[in-house]
Design a binder for this molecule. Sequence first.
Ligand code: FAD
Length: 419
Amino acid sequence: MKSQQHGSTLIIGAGLSGLAAARTLSVRGLPVTVLEAHERVAKPWRARHPALRLNIHRAFAGLPGQEAPGTDGVFLKRDTVVDHLEAYAEGLATPIQYSCKVTGVSRTPGGWQVSTGAGEYQADNLVIATGRESIPHIPDWPGGGRFSGELLHTADLGDVSRFDGKRVLVVGAGNSGTDALNHLARHKPAEVIVSVRYGPSVVPQRVFGFPLHRLARVFAALPTWVLDPAFRFTEWLFLGNLRRYGLTTHPEGGGTRLLRDGVTFAIDDGFVAALKAGRFRIVPGVKRFEGGNVVLADGSSCAPDVVIAATGYRTGLEPLLGHLGVLDANGRPHHPMGERDPGNPGLWFTGFKPIFTGYFDAAGVAAERIAARIAADTAALETPGAHKARAVNGRSFPADAPVLRQSVGDAPEREGTAG
Ligand SMILES: Cc1cc2nc3c(=O)[nH]c(=O)nc-3n(C[C@H](O)[C@H](O)[C@H](O)COP(=O)(O)OP(=O)(O)OC[C@H]3O[C@@H](n4cnc5c(N)ncnc54)[C@H](O)[C@@H]3O)c2cc1C
């Protein structure tokens, strides 16, 4: 038994969403423990291209209680993001159990229980902050497993200079595909072919030197019937008619796709110029692989050395939470951003809904919602008469129900940061 405090919370994931939730809860005096699968924070960021910069304005890259560093100008460098998150984790007055992967989640009479290699944990509340991009997804293309070239996902992109002199096929030109293409535009691959079904909603990073993302709060305030044509017009005005280069337009606008489907905008920072210069060529979707060839939807084929699948991610939440009915058909939570789920009191999600200002800002908004609701539930427990039957998150439990319990198994507990 580790503690029996009301309002205890376990957070799964020490990414920016989990860390923001941890801070916001702990400043309210609520007991929090963070469980992180990796041995340190910011693992996903460390694996990204070294030249990666955030595509959101620095003004929106802060976290609750910590502004974004001002060292890099408008768009933070990858390594600065890593430092930013490390400093944030170090400043938390919250234990973070590293190398502690959660493998099971279940409801208990008093709240929630999770299983890890290091034992079982229980708390009144459970915050899922495992990220939208947990599992890189590559379609099950016929023959893909026998491709004689290199087939990788953008999650493993690393330094794209290693593709210099090679023929590269990028499949997908959404946010991460365009990001890979922006990097490739600055290097010297022998050929770059871009396979797309629909072109992305693409916006320039800067307009007359002004970083467009600075206006994110304005975009967020506008209805989609204004936003969709406005973004189409912006694309046409500053990037030209991309259909001339084979980049078809999705029938639905970028605002609709972001807010309804969670599909983020593609930010151009070199991709479109390379396309217009004839360095990049657009081809239809991939149908199958045949040895070293990739056969496309129109029957044509190409023979790349490297195929970069910019084909998205899965949350990987089904094995943990599928039995609770809290996920949609794509494995994303129905209540993605700190909303209360009446069917699952005490279960909260953060980091699963993209918004115009980006994930850092979204993490702050979700953290504030979650902390305010948990604080309200906890305060209800402290009111006179609440001692006989505890009403946690709208449910009643015996007054002596355990709130935060860790039964550590054989594996030693590894404790990380404490502020
Ligand atoms: C190439 C690329 C560029 C991006 N650029 C931007 C950008 O410019 N701006 C922006 O806002 N967003 C960007 N994103 C999105 C970005 O991933 C998110 O902003 C951010 O990382 C999300 O943070 P998170 O905490 O929600 O999830 P993550 O950063 O994915 O963190 C989740 C954490 O949970 C841990 N975890 C997962 N499963 C378990 C488990 N079972 N048990 C214990 N721990 C677990 C993971 O190890 C991880 O540390 C980009 C994404 C990609 C792929």
